[in-house]
Design a protein around this ligand. Structure first.
Ligand code: C2O
Ligand code: CU
Ligand code: CU
Length: 479
């Protein structure tokens, strides 16, 4: 099924959902996972309504308490498997934050060290939650954070060196909304789970008995682990109910390695309003939105026209990601797109005082069964600080990928993309970013506003979690 082939100006909205689903149901098993799930299993399921993660609103209390815990989850109506989550069995709550003091208290009742890294937060290294801040079994981590950044959809996940891929796969991840309470003024949908949907996109691998499995082969370690089924917020085959109006989708690619090229089955546009670090000045209409592991995007979709489309990925060899259905009983609060959202983005061009070359290396060593994953020729070492950045300075980093496109992530900052292979950034990369897919050579500009010590440095790494764990990571201090 090549839904994009149907897309001409005249036929844009004509493809009926029913026709589409006849051929698309089988395509909800994702390509490239090796083992295709038999289509009839999905077809026989009565579609469930997609649930949002539970909400923790920290705005009144200035406090956030979560506990990493063991779970037991059944995803396809198959046997339960051991999973993990924050304060629940798989994934964690959506946390609402505003600028100001936030005292977190993270517990761990699992049998191994975990962490809570605030991916996308502009905070000091002491509070970053990376590999240097493990929460040991039975202990607590209590960072007193100062939230100070633009509204954005960010996330959190465990970040224990060599265990991140397995732990995130098991469920140790969740979403954060940083908000300033002014979305009504911006004309943006903001009713959680009604016209403002939080969607964690993850591909997971299931065996024939319907058990979720993580058994990366040598090839999986090379290319990153790809699953054979899509989970959205930990649910498979669920349908998202939406009002007949403009709906905001906050998308997180929480997959270990899969890159999505998202589009809507009837070709209707997705209006990009925010990238990793916050709002764009105005919506950008996209037909295809690329989302690499670790990246977020907020899009607006108008569900008031025709039948609800299916969110799909990959124009070639496409597969279904999430089905929508209009529910007329839900209030359609926003009925038109805002034409302006945020203020002009600060331009860092010309402010850089230092340039660094960063190569994301996959050597031949790994073909022989290990090694070879490195940054600038060096595999990650917890005890080696790779460089220091002057606090408050702007730097230009030129990042080069080897062999495959790597999603590059930096802790402690939001950066701007200056160029991609010599061209201006694609729309997806035109706003504030903390993670960017580097197909060839990408230049970024970042201002380093938060300190990080030798004991609690910031990481930068590939966000294909198998690559990160294998050593495609490095660390820096800011002082
Ligand atoms: Cu999403 Cu270093 O992490
Ligand atoms: Cu991060
Ligand atoms: Cu990589």
């Amino acid at each position: 099924m090549h839904a994009t082939a149907e897309k001409t100006k005249d036929h844009r909205y004509e493809m009926k959902r029913r026709d589409f689903l006849t051929s698309a149901t089988a395509a909800f098993a994702v390509a490239g996972g090796g083992l295709a799930w038999p289509a009839r299993v999905f077809a026989a399921e009565t579609p469930q309504r997609l649930q949002m993660p539970p909400l923790i609103d920290t705005r009144a209390s200035g406090k956030l308490a979560m506990t990493a815990q063991a779970g037991s989850s059944s995803f396809l109506g198959g046997p339960s498997v051991p999973t993990a989550g924050y304060s629940q069995g798989y994934l964690g709550p959506t946390v609402i934050m505003q600028n100001g003091q936030l005292a977190a208290e993270i517990g761990n009742t699992l049998g191994e060290p975990v962490s809570v890294h605030w991916h996308g937060m502009k905070i000091a290294g002491d509070h970053d939650g990376g590999p240097h801040q493990p929460v040991l079994p039975g202990e607590f981590w209590k960072p007193e954070m100062q939230v100070n950044q633009d509204p954005a959809t960010i996330w959190y996940h465990s970040h224990i060196h060599e265990r991140t891929a397995q732990q995130v796969y098991n469920g140790l991840a969740g979403v954060i909304h940083v908000t300033d309470g002014k979305d009504d003024d911006r004309g943006l949908p903001s009713a959680y789970g009604i016209d403002d949907l939080t969607l964690v996109l993850q591909d997971r691998s299931f065996d024939r008995a319907g058990r979720m499995v993580y058994e990366p082969s040598m090839m999986d370690r090379m290319h990153g682990f790809h699953g054979n089924r899509m989970l959205i917020n930990g649910q498979s085959g669920a349908v998202a109910a939406v009002p007949s109006g403009v709906v905001r989708l906050r998308l997180l690619n929480g997959s270990n390695a899969r890159i999505y090229n998202l589009f809507l089955s009837d070709g209707r546009p997705m209006h990009l309003v925010a990238t990793d670090g916050g709002f764009l000045p105005q919506p950008l209409a996209l037909e295809v939105l690329q989302l690499a592991p670790g990246e977020r995007a907020e899009i607006l979709v108008d569900f008031s026209v025709a039948d609800a489309p299916v969110l799909m990925s990959d124009p070639v060899q496409s597969y279904g990601v999430l089905e929508f259905a209009v529910d007329e009983t839900l209030p359609a609060r926003i009925t038109s797109l805002p034409d302006k959202i945020g203020s002009q983005l600060e331009d860092l061009t010309g402010l850089d005082t230092r340039t660094r070359q960063i190569s994301l290396d996959m050597g031949m060593g790994m073909m022989m069964g290990g090694g070879g994953f490195a940054i600038n020729g060096k595999s990650f070492d917890m005890d080696r600080i790779d460089f220091n950045v002057v606090l408050g300075s702007v730097e230009r980093w030129i990042i080069r990928s080897s062999m495959v496109a790597h999603p590059f992530h930096v802790h402690g900052v939001q950066f701007r993309v200056l160029s991609e292979d010599g061209s201006p950034p694609r729309p997806e990369n035109s706003g504030w970013k903390d993670t960017v897919l580097v197909p060839g050579e990408t230049e970024i500009l970042a201002r380093f506003e938060h300190p990080a010590s030798k004991e609690m440095p910031f990481m930068f790494h590939c966000h294909i979690l198998e690559h990160e764990d294998a050593g495609m990571m490095a660390q820096f201090t800011v002082s």
